[in-house]
Design a protein around this ligand. Structure first.
Ligand code: P6P
Length: 342
């Protein structure tokens, strides 16, 4: 049963057996559509995200800033919060009994837990360079049915996917391929109900058909292929036949840029360039989960040519160029990327 039939328009109205004024919890939302194994897997991810949110909020006082001195399989310097977040997700999922394995940006090889109907991929702490300078970061997760393809299944096979974004508030955004719904972590405050629980605040998120914000690291302009440069130059001209001039927003955390793009419209891109022929972002645990969120919300996600969700992975940490956002903005980018537009 899709959550659609369960939800009122106003998330603060009561639903199911709740008293009037109750806000829907993530647990009751999952009960409406997820089987027990999927519900317990997602609850484990959400619980780990709530703990990560507590560490993020503590910052220097929680002793989570700075680097471990290690380098991960990506060749990136590891922040303490990267490791802590990964450990929280790994242990939470291992305890469920419904998760058969966990693959992460922080681990060269996937962890296998034995029995379980689902596999989870994750970027446990996305945007690590923002941690020490107090800028928003996030956690990305994808839940795949445990099957013969293992972790190398196309993103369209995900049973659920989403992210947490640790910003002024902590939000948990999830899709089951039918709807996209946003939950806010109830702060530890007696005035606000649901302290410590994720409460439904953004039911039925839809990505606007087009938007006027683009998000890309323009420092790499001269390294991009001609089509990407042509797109970048074109969208900055005032006399656009395609709509208003665009504004640039780039947080340095894909989750934060994607979350803004999901709600307000526009496009986030990390294209291929002369030093990174497949771009930087990873297919299995960054692009696939966000692509399912955006496609389900009416947006789009491509590598410039084809849908991210249709790419068949060949290895766990495979990278892919990515353009994700409003349908019209992604289509315009694709037209320049292919040379159809100049
Ligand atoms: P650059 C963070 O490391 C990340 O994976 C994304 O969250 C972010 O959008 C991107 O890389 C930033 O990369 O090369 O612009 O610093």
């Amino acid at each position: 049963m899709s959550p659609d039939s369960q939800r009122s328009q106003n998330p603060r109205e009561s639903q199911d057996s709740h008293k009037p004024g109750d806000v829907r919890t993530l647990a009751s939302y999952l009960d409406a559509w997820a089987d027990d194994g999927l519900a317990s897997t997602i609850r484990a991810v959400a619980g780990a995200c709530a703990e990560i949110a507590g560490l993020v909020r503590g910052g220097a006082l929680a002793g989570v800033l700075g680097e471990t001195g290690g380098v991960n399989v990506q060749g990136e310097r590891v922040q303490h919060l990267d490791d802590l977040s990964n450990d929280l997700l790994l242990k939470a999922l291992e305890r469920t009994g419904s998760c058969a394995g966990y693959a992460s940006e922080e681990m060269e090889f996937a962890a296998t837990f034995g029995e379980g109907a689902y596999l989870v991929t994750s970027d446990p702490l996305d945007g690590s360079s923002n941690i020490d300078v107090n800028v928003s970061i996030g956690t990305i997760f994808g839940v795949y049915p445990a099957g013969p393809a293992g972790f190398l299944a196309p993103g369209r096979t995900q049973a659920a996917a989403g992210y947490a974004v640790y910003g002024p508030s902590t939000m948990f955004v999830i899709t089951n391929g039918t709807t996209v719904d946003g939950f806010t972590l109830g702060p530890e405050s007696p005035e606000i109900p649901g302290a410590g629980d994720f409460l439904l605040t953004h039911p039925g998120i839809r990505c606007p058909q087009s938007g006027s914000t683009y998000s890309i690291n323009e420092g790499y302009h001269d390294r991009w292929p001609p089509g990407v440069r042509a797109w970048n130059d074109y969208i900055k001209r005032q006399d656009l036949a395609d709509g208003p001039a665009m504004s640039l927003r780039y947080v340095g955390s894909m989750v934060s840029d994607a979350h803004r793009t999901l709600l307000k419209g526009g496009i986030y891109l990390y294209p291929e360039d002369s030093t990174a022929p497949n771009g930087k972002l990873r297919l299995g645990y960054e692009c696939n989960p966000l692509a399912l969120v955006f496609e389900t919300a009416g947006g789009a996600a491509t590598d410039g040519r084809r849908a991210i969700l249709d790419i068949v992975p060949s290895e766990l940490h495979q990278r892919t160029p990515v353009a994700i956002g409003s349908r019209d903005n992604v289509a315009l980018y694709g037209a320049f990327h292919s040379g159809e537009r100049e």
